[in-house]
Write a protein that binds this ligand. Structure first.
Ligand code: FES
Length: 113
C-alpha cells in the first residue's frame, strides 16, 4: 500500500538530547507506537514499533551492527528499509520519515517510506 502522495504530517517526538545514541525509544505518534532511535552515525530512524514476526515492541530490542534486533527470536531489521536480515521474521516493518529542526525530532506516520 503506497501513500507517497500524501504530505507528511510532522509530529515532534522530543529533543535530540532525549535520545541516547543507539538506544531505541518507544514514542506515541498520534495513534501509532513508533520506535525512534538516534544512531551513533547521527541519523534518526523511525519504525513501526512491533516486530513483524510476533507482536513484541522492537524498541525493547538492541541496536546491533546498525540494525534493530528483536529480543524475542533475534531477527534483525534494517533501520532504513525495515527489511529483516534474518529469520524467523520475513516481512518488513513500516518505516516512517523523520526530520530534525533545530534540536527537535519530528516523525510523520501518515506516510511510509
Ligand atoms: S517476535 Fe521478533 S523475531 Fe520473533
Amino acid at each position: 500500500m503506497s501513500r507517497h502522495h500524501e504530505e507528511p504530517e510532522w509530529e515532534a517526538v522530543g529533543h535530540l538530547t532525549d535520545f541516547e545514541e543507539d538506544r531505541p525509544e518507544r514514542c506515541e505518534v498520534g495513534e501509532v507506537a513508533v520506535m525512534v532511535v538516534r544512531t551513533s552515525e547521527g541519523k534518526v530512524h523511525a519504525l513501526f514499533d512491533t516486530c513483524s514476526h510476533a507482536e513484541v515492541p522492537l524498541s525493547e530490542g538492541e541496536i546491533v551492527d546498525g540494525e534493530i534486533e528483536c529480543w524475542l527470536h533475534g531477527s534483525t531489521f534494517n533501520l532504513t528499509t525495515g527489511k529483516p536480515s534474518c529469520l524467523p521474521a520475513v516481512d518488513p516493518v513500516p518505516v516512517y520519515p523523520t526530520k530534525i529542526e533545530g534540536d527537535v525530532i519530528y516523525v510523520a506516520t501518515n506516510v511510509e517510506l
